[in-house]
Design a protein around this ligand. Sequence first.
Ligand SMILES: [Zn+2]
Length: 289
Amino acid sequence: MLQLTSNVFVETQIRGCNHGFVTTSEGVVMIDSPQKPSDALKLKAEIAKHGELRYIINTEPHGDHWTGNAFFDAPVIAHEGVRTRILNTDMDEHIARVSNMGPDEAALLKGYRPNVPIITFKNGMTMHVGEHTFQMIHMPGHTLYQAAIVIKEEGVVFTSDNIFHKVQTWLHEANPDLWLVALESLRHLDEDIFVPGHGPMCDKGYLDEQGSLIVEWKDYIKSGIDSGMTKDESVANLTKFTDRYPMDVGQDGMAPMVMRMNVANLYDYMTGAWAPPPPPSLRLRPRGQ
Ligand SMILES: [Zn+2]
């Protein structure tokens, strides 16, 4: 793991989302969890060297952010929509998928029950642990339930998947317009050490590139719609982003599938099949991870 500041530790090199923990005078706060159970157990041993784990904060509803929660004994905090999505997950299907991610995973998943958020917020929440302040700010975009976590005293922001730094961007359930707003919200924060949801560490200097990519995606899908393509034709033919960036760690070979999901979602979004969204707390879009 990378020690980012005196109290913030981050993992960006293993399969799953970037995650980390913050050491405070009153214990440890973890932000997101490893996707693979074997990685979760390694992290648990690492955290134990730094103190008692007090809380877990999840930044979004996709399984690569919360699957590992279950291997820790601490209450989870997240947007209300994250809780609902976890509760609505087909756990048998989820366990089957994660079981294939490594030789030890299936055994570790025996009897798996998710560690579901029991403290939830809609717009945001501030938590004080020891001398540290954790600001959770709802920033819909990549999903409607996205949150950025600001650790004020460390100058660090866990941006979640509104930033994919130099790796392929998943837009499979994105609202691209809200995502662009979220990027502006990140730009206006005082803090500038960014832990992106995926990819290596970055800062505000990457916001323009991430934003341009989303605008380019929108324009590209619009050009397909304007030329009369159906959704199926768009999914089959709009492939120009497939080699734009490498996939994140452990996702080799998945680019064509991710691009198809991105196109399908943006096609729906831009043809009005799911826009404009009602307030996030009222809307559920059950999806896989
Ligand atoms: Zn995600």
